[in-house]
Design a protein around this ligand. Sequence first.
Ligand code: SF4
Length: 189
Amino acid sequence: MSGPSRPRLATVWLAGCSGCHMSFLDLDEELIALAARVEIVFSPVASDVKEFPEGVDVCLVEGAVANSDNLALALQLRARSRVVVAFGDCAISANVPGLRNLCLGPAGSAAAALERGYVELADLQPQHPREPGVLPELLERVLPLHEVIPVDVWLPGCPPSPARISAVLEALLRGERPRLEGPDLLRFG
Ligand code: SF4
């Protein structure tokens, strides 16, 4: 980790439901010990910092890459983080947000999803959401994180259990490669 100071931890929320971050918060009293061991420098649940900082040691990334804002943040966090963790199944495989890729139409998948959601299924005022510079553009396909940036560690689950999150963070903070072993850490569902 970086020098004598506490390791710098970031958590990022891309296209996900926030369930992985809720599971992170379910570490409960372990969070108090974690807060004493690391410096949380960027997180939607533990920090009000808006710009992803330089010199991050470990970054947990929840969610898939679905729009231009997600893409820009993914590239930035990769450039500024030593270890990037694909945090949960949406980051690993695109999972639930990836269902949007099933929308097909002559103008492409993103256009078909917008048409379906905002025009075909609208009860009132069917129209596409357009606010240049405010709303990020949808990517043509929702992508798992590893299709956009190199990923160092995979933390599966929808969401990953607090025990699994704890095991991965513990190993990383010891400077070791995480290994998920045993029924408690490998069981899914
Ligand atoms: Fe939500 Fe599951 Fe995706 Fe995590 S992996 S963001 S819990 S849908």
